[in-house]
Ligand binder design. Structure first.
Ligand code: ADP
Length: 630
């Protein structure tokens, strides 16, 4: 049977097809995103996701936008009333009626503008502000629900930084839409309409000015955007490097590489500074070009033109005053508009890049309440069954179909203890990953008590004790109870810890079960971390145990404690262990030797030694109670 190609949609127990090809096509060999193909139908996946989330609260959105529409409209028509007010003022000697009327309208417009604006602000706070943050929860849920290979193919730092980028941009766009874009969408057309109402020439001058600014702005902004994009890339590369160095601080300290790393940071920072300089330069060019159009073109042309029309009696005082107020408003306002439009482009480019990295062109589900499936153990089988693998073949998607495991047949009886050995790279860990459902297998490969089962379902019945347990930076209690189906009582936690021979060192820790373990559990020794993982497995109490023994020797006291704990843990369970220690191997009912992608020998320790084959050869190289397999 050919190795399982992981993009086979049959294989996914949960029913979702993992987009291998898409994930791969997006990443270069360095794992970085490759530029978007302009013809790609999924080009606006990020924007579509934003819009579909906004669709879940569109009533609230419309209400807030309506407030700002009213607020901006009353302000936009103000120059017309100012013009009429000044005209009325000029004729005040004959009648003061118009003066008071227009004064009242101007005051009223301002108050109405303010009231509707404040209402918009309050409604925004009440109805939209929280939504801006909730989008980030949806992103997190979508990412954390991705399968194992998703995380293997990506930088964790980049994932979290892109979640933050998408969340921040969503909030910014939401806020800018209400407070700025609505304003611009009303004010720019109204300025032009009012100018046309003053006279045709003024209308045309302003229309041409806006079009000219858009054209000039588009050009300079494209340069600015490109420079800003480059800067953002350099900054994120830099951040990734710094995170990587700090995460590997143990290696840095062990090899005393502090100064070398510092020099590297200085060197890499130079490219950031260069990118920042370019970005700043193009921003300056943008503002200068806008200023050129407004101050050197619009003001002189329109003032001289309208003055001439006024002096020759072709323009009333009201029209001339309206023109002047609009001109001031226009100058104050128009650059911001061009800038905001450009910023929106830039923002959307950032959004699309982040979204593609995280989800390719898939839509994330935004309009369903979070239906948390609960801990994996909730639906777990309670008793070990007869486990069969038929024709198990597997190739990593990254490895172009090169099989790691090929056509393996294996039957494991309920309660049987199986040890897996083999040289480094023989596929032991891969087999464990498949048992744990990290990579999906076709359902006809795995059978439990004769029933075809997906390896994802199989994993629900497995407790796993990994080779090197990394813990959450939470309390010891939280780490022990992590993933258990029902909330455990303190007695249950202590009992599990006692059986794992962990209670002693936990009670000696400064705050006992409440002690924080440090990032990835760094404050605990390897043996202690392993015993926490064993305590977790006691509490979890699944019918199968998959165990990846630590390849590095524990100190002899830890080894005895871990061994005793494991022996108690696996009583009554089916055990599959990647085993390195003599003590573990001797306790196994059957040892399986992996080589060349297949099972080359199997039997008890004694039988395999007598065969004088590969196991014997591996065994000959044993040292200090560890089977030297590397
Ligand atoms: P073992 O545990 O026996 O040392 P592994 O199962 O870890 O071996 O690895 C088997 C082979 O699969 C090795 O050649 C390794 O390079 C390859 N491999 C392991 N993990 C991955 C991965 N995520 N992507 C691609 N190849 C992998």
């Amino acid at each position: 049977m050919p190795p399982v190609a992981c993009h086979d949609s049959r294989v996914d127990a949960a029913g979702d097809d993992i987009p291998w090809q898409r994930i791969r096509s997006l990443e270069s060999s360095t794992g970085d995103i490759v530029g978007a193909d302009p013809g790609d139908p999924g080009r606006h996946a990020g924007l579509r996701s934003y819009l579909s989330f906004v669709g879940t609260f569109k009533g609230s959105m419309l209400l807030v936008v309506a407030c700002f529409v009213v607020s901006n409209t009353v302000l936009a028509v103000l120059p017309v009333f100012i013009g009429r007010f000044v005209q009325a003022l000029a004729g005040a000697a004959e009648s003061t009626d118009g003066v008071y009327r227009y004064a009242a309208i101007i005051i009223g417009c301002n108050i109405l503008h303010d009231l509707t604006w404040r209402a918009g602000e309050l409604l925004y706070l009440r109805l939209l502000n929280d939504r801006g943050y909730e989008y980030e929860n949806i992103l997190f849920r979508s990412v954390i629900n991705e399968r194992y290979p998703y995380f293997v193919g990506k930088f964790t730092g980049k994932i979290s930084s892109y979640i933050a980028t998408l969340g921040r941009e969503f909030r910014d766009i939401l806020e800018t839409t209400c407070f700025t874009y609505v304003e611009q969408m009303i004010r720019v057309p109204s300025i032009i309409i009012i100018m046309f109402s003053v006279n045709l020439y003024s209308g045309l001058t302003f229309l041409v000015a806006v079009l000219l600014m858009m054209a000039v702005g588009r050009h300079t902004v494209r340069r600015t955007s490109r420079a800003e994009k480059r800067l953002a890339d350099e900054v994120s590369e830099m951040d990734g490097y710094v995170i990587d160095v700090i995460a590997n601080f143990v290696s840095v300290k062990s090899f005393r590489q502090e100064e070398t790393e510092y020099e590297q940071v200085i060197r890499r920072r130079r490219t950031v500074i260069e990118a920042a300089r370019r970005s700043y330069f193009w921003t300056v060019v943008f503002w200068a070009s806008m200023s050129l159009v407004v101050r050197y073109l619009v003001w002189p042309v329109s003032i001289l033109l309208n003055l001439h029309l006024y002096l020759t009696g072709q323009l009333s005082l009201a029209q001339f005053t309206t023109f002047l107020s609009v001109l001031v408003m226009f100058s104050d306002f128009i650059w911001g508009t061009v800038w905001e439009i450009a910023q929106l482009n830039l923002r959307l480019a950032r959004v699309e890049e982040a979204y593609r990295y995280l989800f390719a062109d898939r839509a994330i589900i935004v309009d369903q309440p979070v239906a948390l499936p609960g801990p994996a153990s909730a639906a777990a089988p309670r008793a070990p069954g007869r486990l069969e693998f038929r024709g198990l073949s597997f190739a990593y998607p990254e490895n172009d179909g090169r099989p790691v495991l090929a056509d393996i047949d294996l039957t494991i009886e309920p309660g049987e203890k199986i040890g897996i050995v083999g040289r480094s790279g023989s596929g032991k860990t891969t087999l464990v990953k498949l048992l744990l459902g990290y990579y999906p297998l076709p359902v006809d490969i795995v059978r439990v008590d004769g029933r075809p089962t997906s390896n994802y379902q199989l994993a629900a019945g497995i407790s796993y004790v990994p080779q090197d347990t990394t813990l959450f930076h939470r309390s010891i209690r939280d780490n022990i109870t992590y993933g258990t189906a029902v909330a455990a009582t303190q007695e249950q936690v202590e009992s599990a810890a006692r059986r794992a021979h962990a209670h002693g060192f936990i009670t000696q820790a400064p705050e006992g079960y409440d002690t924080l373990v440090g990032e990835r559990g760094i404050k605990l020794s390897t043996g202690q971390r392993q015993r926490i993982a064993i305590a977790r497995a006691f509490l979890d109490d699944k019918p199968m145990l998959v165990l990846d023994e630590a390849t590095s020797a524990l100190d002899s006291e830890s080894e005895v404690l871990v061994q005793n704990a494991l022996e108690e843990l696996w009583r009554g369970k089916t055990v599959i262990a990647v085993a390195h220690r003599l003590s573990t191997l001797l306790n196994m009912d059957r040892i399986i030797v992996l080589a060349g992608g297949g099972i080359v020998e199997q039997g008890s320790h004694r039988e395999l030694l007598d065969q004088r084959g590969r196991y014997h050869a591996l065994w000959q190289r044993q040292s200090g109670g560890m089977l030297s397999v590397d």
